[in-house]
Design a protein around this ligand. Structure first.
Ligand code: DP6
Length: 324
């Protein structure tokens, strides 16, 4: 029985960087995110007793090595839960090009989790789906519920999951991604997380997290865009400070990243309300209100270095798109 699922990528306003338990992907802090309307994975899973091993195809390329292993490990968790032994064929496509620098692990593992669990005959709750997705990739647990999401860190596997704070239509803000190029990442986020603790600033970062989460949730509740933007921008710089001061240091920014950061600050000083955030890559996500999207996009396209501008609005979480 083949099941196909569409799941969004998400952008974190309060980030997940550092784990309390590496294997179980229990984060050192809670995080807050928004699902993205125009960056998603569509994944089909079909268990088939004729297969001799799991077959994984991502963006028309058959996976091998570590990439295939990570998916096969996830399928084995599902098999164990369902008491099944058949291998599966997994076909996954991302609507965003690899070169866009948007991480596909969140959308990919969220889609894989829902599709594989249904294809194996399981009917899991949203909470259990989020827990299972987390075991594949931490940020994937936030792509299961709808809209604006909180991943509460929890202390053990059963209580570390994400849930919706508000639906996608709650607030019309956008994530405008300035794509400035992407050589594939030298250090993956999974490796990066393990380095976080070596930064002298990591402990301070983690200590400040509960208050930060509380404040951004208040700004979200009040739809206070200025406060919301101030918090999310400072948070991105805070995470990148930990990255840059870990041992060995991680520099995900390029000179172009910094150029755009400075532009965002300049545009803001001229009255355009825009704030930046950055994940484990060079591209800049600029958060703005819907009314400012056009102006922001034009500004970005005038900068010679921006290759592409991707506009994302808040979106629902993982959904089945073909019913078996
Ligand atoms: C910088 O979820 O990719 O995007 O759990 O090892 O798969 P793994 O890590 P991953 O880390 C995401 C890091 C981040 C911040 C965030 O999305 O919260």
């Amino acid at each position: 029985m083949k099941v196909t699922v569409k799941a969004p990528a998400n952008i974190a306003f309060i980030k997940y960087w550092g784990k309390k338990n590496e294997k179980l992907r229990i984060p050192a802090n809670s995080s807050i995110s928004m699902n993205l309307s125009d960056a998603f994975s569509v994944t089909s899973v079909d268990f088939d007793n004729r297969l001799k091993e799991d077959v994984v195809k991502i963006d028309d390329v058959v996976s091998a090595g570590g990439e295939r292993e990570r998916v096969a490990r996830h399928l084995s968790l599902v098999r164990k839960m369902a008491g099944k032994s058949d291998y599966a064929e997994v076909v996954s496509k991302n609507n965003f090009p690899k070169a866009s620098g948007i991480a596909s692990s969140a959308s990919g593992f969220a889609a894989l989790t829902l599709a594989a669990s249904l294809a194996a005959g399981l009917k899991l709750s949203e909470k259990d789906l989020s827990i299972l997705a987390r075991l594949g990739s931490g940020s994937a647990c936030r792509s299961i519920p709808d809209g604006f999401v909180e991943w509460r860190q929890g202390s053990k596997s059963e209580d570390s999951f994400a849930f919706s704070l508000y639906p996608a239509d709650y607030w019309d803000i956008c994530d405008v991604i300035a794509v400035i190029g992407q050589a594939s990442k030298k250090v993956s986020s999974t490796e990066g997380h393990t380095l976080a603790e070596s930064s002298p600033f990591y402990k301070t970062r983690i200590l400040g997290m509960p208050q930060k989460v509380k404040e951004i949730k208040l700004a979200l509740r009040n739809k206070d865009f200025t406060r919301f933007g101030e918090i999310l921008e400072a948070e991105a710089v805070n995470m990148h400070t930990v990255m840059m001061t870990s041992n060995p240091p991680l520099f995900y920014w390029t000179p172009k990243t910094l150029e755009i950061i400075l532009k965002v600050i300049e545009w803001r000083s001229r009255g355009l309300k825009v704030y930046f955030t950055i994940d484990a890559g060079p591209n800049v996500h600029i958060i703005c209100e819907e009314k400012n999207v056009k102006k922001l996009k034009n500004n970005l396209l005038m900068l010679g270095d921006v290759k592409e501008v991707l506009i994302n609005r808040p979106a629902v979480g993982a959904r089945v798109i073909n019913l078996p």
